[in-house]
Structure formats: structure tokens, C-alpha cells
Design a protein around this ligand. Structure first.
Ligand code: URA
Length: 239
């Protein structure tokens, strides 16, 4: 049974700041299982107690699951001494849950970034043994040919001696600047850029389109985010 301070639960659920909810509690605006509770440090059973504040039922939730279209120029971490972080783009309501990005996209990479406070889910999605597909759209300085597709199929030897798992390169267009979709199952540092680098080509634009069963919602502009739907959460949890 999980018990938490009443003022903490109310402020975490976005009812108000800690100070504001303390005043609401003192003013007798909060009932628990029908009884008015006037002490902010009352311990609530968040799974079972019925909390009503100002006549409205307060529904406790432990986890948030968001998808963001990460913009270029921001880092995917919770805090950074130099750069702005993707977490800064979130409303205070979501920040209350102390969410973090599931893995990292480079500062100049755009696209699908899952953000949650569910550590177990994040761990499952990132664990190399689970081989979760990550699909990217890339523009590449260089002519893409079938031999590159084959190299990806075999796995690519990176400059540090690491041999990547087999990956999929789907050529969309080929020329001085080429376009491709790339699917990898790992998440090594700069992995797509280094795989292309090992073939003598430079990635000039990179956007993640999909992670496991979840595609990036096309309506999200860079910097926008939304909560995952129930169906999307279930797809992730029951992979
Ligand atoms: N591979 C990269 O090189 N960069 C990313 O941001 C993601 C995958």
C-alpha cells in the first residue's frame, strides 16, 4: 500500500503549488473518503482513497508517457550546464512527475523522443537484449548503392572496432545528396552517423520516425509533444 503526504499528492497532480494546496487543505476544501482533512501531512493511500478537492475528484497517477517531436538544438537530458533540454519544453504539470527522455537523440537530431518517469519501461526499451527497432529518416552526403544496403545487412565495423548488429538501409533516393530510411536495434553513441561515416558518407539531417511499435505522430511540429494514448502505452508495455 503506497502512502504519500496529501499536499504532495495534490501538487503533483497539478492542483496547485505546494503552498496553494496547503492553503486549500487548511480551508477545509479537501475530503478523503468523505472526511474533511485539514492537515497537509496526512498520509493518503494513493491507490485506494477517494480524494475530493473543491468538489472535484482528484485522480492519482504515478506515470506519465509522452511522445515529443524533438527539435534540433536541444539536448535530450533532464539538465545540462550549457544547453536547453527537452524537459524545459514540458508544462509544469508534466515536470512534476520528474520525467526523463528514453535514451538520447543528438542535439542536432529531430524526431520521436519518448519521455516518461516509468524507469522499468525505459530500461526495457533501451536494453540491448530486447533489440527494439529504431527507424530514422536521413539525408546523406554521398551516393547510396546496393553495396551499402548489403553492408548494413551484415553489420558495420565502426572506427572504434565495434561491429554493429545487422541493420536495414532502405534507399529512398540516391544522388550527390541521398535520402534513406535506416533501422537499427542498438543505440550506441552517434550510431547512425558513425555507420554512415564508416562507409565514407556524412549524415546531414537525421530524424527518428519510430521506436518499437510507436511511430512519431505526424501532427507534432518540432518542439511539440502529447501524451501517449492508452493503446500506445499498452503496445509498449506488452511488447
Ligand atoms: N544515431 C545518431 O547518429 N544520432 C542520433 O541522434 C540517433 C542515432
Amino acid at each position: 500500500m503506497r502512502k504519500e503526504r496529501l499536499d504532495k499528492v495534490l501538487s503533483n497532480m497539478g492542483i496547485g503549488t505546494r503552498k496553494e494546496v496547503k492553503e486549500m487543505i487548511k480551508a477545509g476544501m479537501v475530503t478523503i473518503n468523505g472526511n474533511t482533512i485539514k492537515s497537509a501531512d496526512y498520509k493518503v493511500n494513493v491507490e485506494e482513497d477517494e480524494i475530493i478537492c473543491g468538489g472535484q475528484r482528484v485522480r492519482y497517477r504515478e506515470f506519465v508517457y509522452l511522445m515529443m517531436n524533438k527539435p534540433s538544438g536541444m539536448v535530450s537530458s533532464t539538465d545540462d550546464p550549457r544547453d536547453s533540454t527537452v524537459i524545459e519544453l514540458l508544462d509544469d504539470y508534466y515536470k512534476n512527475f520528474r520525467p526523463f527522455p528514453v535514451g538520447r537523440l543528438d542535439k542536432d537530431t529531430e524526431g520521436l523522443l519518448l519521455i516518461t518517469n516509468d524507469g522499468k519501461l525505459a530500461h526495457d526499451l533501451l536494453s540491448p537484449k530486447n533489440k527494439v527497432d529504431k527507424t530514422y529518416f536521413a539525408t546523406i552526403e554521398g551516393v547510396l548503392e546496393d553495396e551499402h544496403v548489403e553492408a548494413f545487412e551484415k553489420g558495420i565495423l565502426l572506427e572504434d572496432g565495434y561491429n554493429t548488429l545487422p541493420a536495414v538501409l532502405r534507399i529512398i533516393s540516391s544522388g550527390v545528396i541521398s535520402a534513406a530510411e535506416i533501422t537499427i536495434q542498438e543505440g550506441k553513441y552517434h550510431q547512425v552517423k558513425r555507420m554512415m561515416g564508416a562507409l565514407g558518407m556524412r549524415v546531414s539531417y537525421l530524424k527518428r520516425l519510430r521506436m518499437g511499435p510507436i511511430p512519431l505522430d505526424k501532427i507534432l511540429e518540432p518542439g511539440q509533444y502529447r501524451e501517449l494514448t492508452e493503446d500506445e502505452i499498452n503496445l509498449l508495455l506488452n511488447r
